[in-house]
Design a protein around this ligand. Structure first.
Ligand code: 5RP
Length: 264
């Protein structure tokens, strides 16, 4: 692997082989998502505890200080909205030259396997990888399911993740599911999990994080379960402890509760 590519990947996946990515790209199809209405306000306190941040160029320029040392994972696919005909009908919204100009550490794009737009999104991935590889920019592929959350099973996710890796993604983001080890087994590049819609309890998010890592994920690229929580900083710090300090879900809950009580 060339130096630039290795360097960028090492800024995302830390020396312990793990990563806490903070996803705040939701507005690109959801608009002003609850608790992300003012991106700067949401992002700022969480940045010190994130190994990287995933967002669009618009939110990066408007809401993040350019002095930040947190690596940027730039969302470069989109062109759809939650009220439009199909979330799967994505194109590439941001060229690689813009990612370089913004000093991005990686670029992220969604694929929609099994939809009428499967081919288009897979070819989007292929051309992004070709351009990315030529300048040392890793591509993170997101195995998106749009509104069809029920698609999140091991068979479907294993298929999507494997295809993403075959087309050259350096990192794949998917969902946690029952039998997640099968998804990991079939994917020869590092996997991170999304949090998905807000879970009922903090413990559910901690268990999911812990179990995904135990099955072989290298970390999380989590959004709503962090910043839609009433206490987002304690939440990200507890998730960080599971990822980087091998905290158990129970220990993470203790960390969360302690930090939460100190902030009152
Ligand atoms: C949408 C995305 C989001 O970044 C992703 O879903 C992660 O956020 P959350 O943890 O809220 O699910 O890639 O396609």
């Amino acid at each position: 692997m060339d130096w630039g590519m290795s360097n960028r990947l090492s800024r995302i996946i830390k020396t312990d082989g793990r990563t806490v990515m903070l996803a705040v790209d939701h507005g690109y199809f959801l608009g002003p998502t609850t608790k992300l209405e003012n991106p700067h306000k949401t992002i700022e306190p969480l940045l010190p505890f994130a190994d990287s941040i995933m967002l669009t160029r618009g939110v990066l320029r408007s809401s993040v200080h350019p002095e930040t040392s947190t690596p940027i994972v730039l969302r470069v696919s989109g062109g759809t909205s939650v009220i439009g005909e199909s979330l799967a009908n994505e194109g590439i919204t941001t060229p690689i030259i813009e990612a370089l100009r913004l000093n991005a550490t990686a670029v992220a794009l969604s694929i929609f396997v099994g939809t009428p737009h499967e081919k288009q999104t897979l070819l989007n991935l292929s051309s992004l990888v070709s351009e990315g590889e030529s300048v040392g920019m890793p591509v993170l592929a997101v195995t998106a399911v749009g509104k069809e959350l029920e698609k999140r099973d091991a068979r479907y996710l294993a298929l999507s993740c494997r295809i993403a890796s075959e087309l050259g993604a350096r990192l794949v983001k998917t969902y946690y599911c029952e039998g997640f080890y099968k998804v990991v087994e079939g994917c020869p590049v590092p996997l991170v999990i999304a949090g998905g819609p807000r879970l009922e309890t903090e413990m559910d998010a901690f268990k999911m994080t812990h179990d995904a890592l135990a099955a072989g994920a290298v970390g999380v690229d989590m959004g709503r379960n962090i910043w839609q929580n009433e206490h987002p900083v304690p939440m990200i710090r507890a998730v960080n402890a599971i990822v980087h300090e091998k905290a158990s879900p129970k220990e993470a809950l203790e960390i969360y509760k302690n930090l939460k009580s100190k902030r009152k």
